[in-house]
Design a protein around this ligand. Structure first.
Ligand SMILES: [Mn+2]
Length: 252
């Protein structure tokens, strides 16, 4: 299924950002980042049709049956405001927040995707996702991801007291960032994923996060791969109109 914004009005935009890593490295710095994200969202909300948050919104996230991690109120209140303006909220899970279940669907009426997803915006077909575990290699990460997405291990984890479970998981997430690897050019796993999809299923653009670097690479002759960047040190995002895709930086 393709999500369509085929008739996106000329003055409307779809925004993509990822890798906020809220919670990192501590509450205070994360709150300052949330406030900055809030100011960015204020600056775009009047022409936004949809806001796509492409994974690693949280440095660690786990939903228990009755409990969610503390914090992030600034972020939530801003998202509620955007929803009230009629803006679609679309989330992708990342490797740091795999364990998003239905809380944000319930609270924010957000749509949550766990795999790359194709969108039609104007005449452009665009595949968007977080980007972890795509392409060849990184078998260790894929092994752990298979455990983390396994229903039985998720069930087991939720019986660890949250104060302990979240502490353990945060320590683990410090070791599994997946964005410290050097840039590999055309050997980048996400780039290889784009090339593979392109062989049988043409898209005009591919947009992924995860790498914490701005990338703009041609995929074959007729497509481009953009990486969204990150919000820990920079404040980068992608703006999609019915005719163009642009990589931008939020400046105050
Ligand atoms: Mn990340």
């Amino acid at each position: 299924m393709i999500t369509t914004y085929e008739n996106l009005p000329a003055d409307k935009r779809i925004y993509v950002a990822s890798d906020f890593h809220l919670g990192h490295p501590n509450v205070k710095e994360s709150q300052l980042r949330e406030e900055k994200i809030g100011r960015w969202l204020d600056s775009i909300k009047h022409n936004a049709q949809a806001i796509i948050l492409a994974g690693d919104l949280f440095d660690f996230w786990f939903e228990y049956s009755q409990v969610v991690p503390k914090g992030f109120l600034r972020f939530y209140t801003k998202l509620i405001e955007l929803k009230g303006l009629g803006i679609d909220l679309i989330f992708f899970t990342g490797n740091h927040d795999i364990w998003m279940f239905d809380y944000f669907e319930q609270e924010l009426d957000a749509t949550i995707h766990r795999e790359p997803k194709s969108f039609l915006v104007g005449k452009h077909k665009i595949q968007i996702g977080h980007g972890d575990g795509l392409g060849p290699g990184d078998l260790k990460f894929k092994f752990f991801k298979s455990i983390f997405t396994n229903k039985l291990s998720q069930w087991g984890f939720k019986w660890i007291h949250p104060d302990l479970g979240i502490k353990l998981a945060t320590a683990w997430s410090g070791h599994s960032k997946g964005h410290d690897d050097p840039f590999l050019g055309e050997k980048e796993p996400i780039f290889i994923h784009c090339m593979n999809v392109e062989e049988s299923n043409h898209h005009d653009y591919y947009i992924f996060g995860h790498r914490h670097m701005i990338l703009d690479m041609p995929v074959g002759k007729n497509a481009r791969y953009y990486n969204t960047g990150e919000w820990i040190e920079n404040s980068q995002f992608i703006e999609i109109s019915n005719t163009a895709v642009k990589s931008l930086k939020y400046e105050e």
